[in-house]
Design a protein around this ligand. Structure first.
Ligand code: NDP
Length: 328
């Protein structure tokens, strides 16, 4: 039998955590033959709720679960972790300035980066879901100097999946016929969902749809503002689709992208496509044998360039702000 993979989930008692843990435990994160050891991290006030979730996980009698531990101490929670899903974050509350939000999250992601550096397994892979995800990942990464920078990633897979869904509806095709969708930049309203390199049934998607006005006035804002539309409709946030995207992100990272396709992940920039080195920005990436690489050589037209630059500039500003606060 295989040795269990240790998966640490922070914010385990939250909405996303509740949608995520059962899917990890059922084998959807890593594979139906991979046993998992779950470590749940919560703040002290939420430990009891995490215990309740763990009781339900017990009651599912998942054969792949080899153990569940609950912690309120990051050092213990990340000890031996192979995969870390950083979901818990400080939400923006009314009247909160961006600086306050970044500072509050620095207080969470700095110690978590340190704890990952100190005790995670050598093959640790980190996905940051908690917002502002890209910059939280940057903070964690900068406090984990012994962990290769490419192990810290942030989630834009939900945006990617939302873009697939919108394009499939517009073109009247199944999502399985669409390849090479890309989200560029920040997981925020400035993100740029790019269909100019996407394909529908092997043909260029932008040319197939041939509707620039839909692209600019419908597709891009719909994808970027989908989270708010879901809160408006459900009266609660898009926790289940966020959890589903987190599962997809890690599953693709570990198991690889399909031949001829790619995915979107926010990863540390090597300067590709003019994105300043060191920023954690979303790119088109392929994955193989547990490693990602940025797709090279795509032509970026003036329309795409403006959109990418706007989102990347926002990431630079966030980096400057956390630098000023001494968080990186
Ligand atoms: P959720 O589980 O709904 O959300 C958690 C984080 O995911 C938020 O930062 C949220 O950002 C982000 N997120 C990213 N994409 C999405 C999406 N599509 N839809 C919704 N959220 C998204 O929050 P809860 O408040 O229910 O739970 C958070 C839990 O984290 C709490 O139990 C809290 O105790 C815990 N926590 C744990 C910490 C730790 O383990 N050290 C530290 C801080 C909190 P946004 O705010 O922008 O919606």
């Amino acid at each position: 039998t295989r040795t269990p993979v240790t998966v640490t989930v922070t914010g385990a008692a939250g909405q996303i955590g509740y949608a995520l843990l059962f899917r990890i435990a059922s084998g959807q994160l890593l594979g139906a033959d991979v046993p998992v050891r779950l470590r749940l991290l919560e703040i002290p006030q939420a430990v009891k709720a995490a215990e309740g979730t763990a009781m339900e996980l017990d009651d599912c009698a998942f054969p792949l679960v080899s153990g569940i531990d609950i912690h309120d101490d990051a050092v213990k929670a990340f000890e031996g972790a192979n995969v870390a899903l950083l979901v818990g974050a400080r939400p923006r509350t009314k009247g909160m300035e961006r600086g306050d939000l970044l500072e509050a999250n620095g207080g969470i992601f700095k110690p978590q980066g340190e704890a990952i550096n100190a005790g995670a397994a050598d093959d640790i892979k980190v996905l940051v879901v908690g917002n502002p995800a890209n910059t939280n990942a940057l903070i964690a990464r900068s406090h984990a100097p012994d962990v290769p920078a490419e192990r810290f990633t942030a989630m834009t897979r939900l945006d990617h999946n939302r873009a697939l869904a919108q394009l499939s509806k517009k073109a009247g095709v199944s999502v399985s016929e669409i390849r090479r969708m890309t989200i560029w930049g920040n997981h925020s309203a400035t993100q740029y969902p790019d269909v100019f390199h996407a394909e529908i049934a092997g043909k260029n998607a932008a040319e197939t749809v041939n509707d620039q006005s839909w692209l600019e006035n419908d597709f891009i804002p719909t994808v970027a503002k989908r989270g708010a539309a879901i809160i408006e409709a459900r009266g609660a946030s898009s926790a289940a689709s966020a959890a589903s995207a987190a599962i997809d992100h890690v599953h693709t990272w570990v198991n690889g992208t399909a031949e001829g396709d790619w995915t979107s992940m926010a990863v540390v920039s090597d300067g590709s496509y003019g994105v300043p080195e060191g920023l954690i920005s979303s790119f088109p990436v392929t994955t193989k044998d547990g490693e990602w690489s940025i797709v090279q050589g795509l032509e970026i037209d003036a329309f795409s360039r403006t959109r990418i630059d706007a989102s990347v500039n926002e990431l630079s500003e966030e980096r400057d702000a956390v630098r000023k606060l001494g968080l990186i």
